[in-house]
Design a protein around this ligand. Sequence first.
Ligand code: GLV
Length: 327
Amino acid sequence: MRKHVLVARRVFDSVTTRLAAHFEVEGNAEDRVFSKVELIAKLQGKAGAFITGSERIDAEVLAACPELRAVCNMAVGYNNIDLAACTARGVLATNTPDVLTETTADFGFALMMATARRMAESEHFLRRGEWTKWSVDMFIGSDIHGATLAILGMGRIGRAIARRGHLGFGMPVIYHNRSRLAPELEAEVGARYVSKDELLKQADHLVIVLPYSAESHHSIGAAELALMKPEATLTNVARGGIVDDAALAEALRERRIAAAGLDVFEGEPRVHPDLLSLPNVVLTPHIASATVKTRLAMADLAADNLIAALTGGVPPTPLNPEVLAAR
Ligand code: GLV
């Protein structure tokens, strides 16, 4: 008998077709984000779920869906999945690392540049018809080349951003991370390890690429922002909740830092109303990995994981491989 799987969001036809060659697939053509109650109802009788960061798989969902064997996230971040609860119930969880690293780093760098050079703010000014003359200090911002790039979190994406700054823009790169990189990796990306306080104090452009967890919640709040230079910028392409958005809005309003670029928000898709009304913040709707090639690669990898997990194969990117070893 073919197993049943849920594809919780609308995905590419090629991916649904691949899954349909192995499973009975229930999709979500409307692309609605299911409530927890709806998700539980949809998962009844399903052995597997193809999910995105918008679907939360917690202990309650797992307890209500005893037939579930695999949850395959189309995202590298997996704070939407209670991994310990999955492991306790023998449910394999997977994510999509590597395939989005360079694309996300491109976007992080672009957002940092747009922030430092005031691209969104000046574009809005032009569209409003307010450009009547050239002036020496019109939308003057801060340089990228030669400025100190400060990276908080130094995983794959952090290293890819560091490489861009070091090799492409001659930036001195400093970083802080839970664990320090091996010396050869530090040399490859030209990055110097510093304490978190030093990182904040020395940053010309701070880029946040930490995974979200209870530990990283509000890693950047009022006290941390107070350590930064008034000319500095902050860019977050990691997860909402790492930065205290209310404290950031206040710091931006009072020009205690110059500007911010945000692709992720606490409680997204809602955005803190104070951020929406500030000119010195560039806001994008969680699109750092959104290129055709990368989103297809992510969806294909999530599908590869689901197919392998439910057909006795070896899933390429498991988060809790101990579940497979116990099967
Ligand atoms: C996107 O935010 C991801 O985690 O892949």
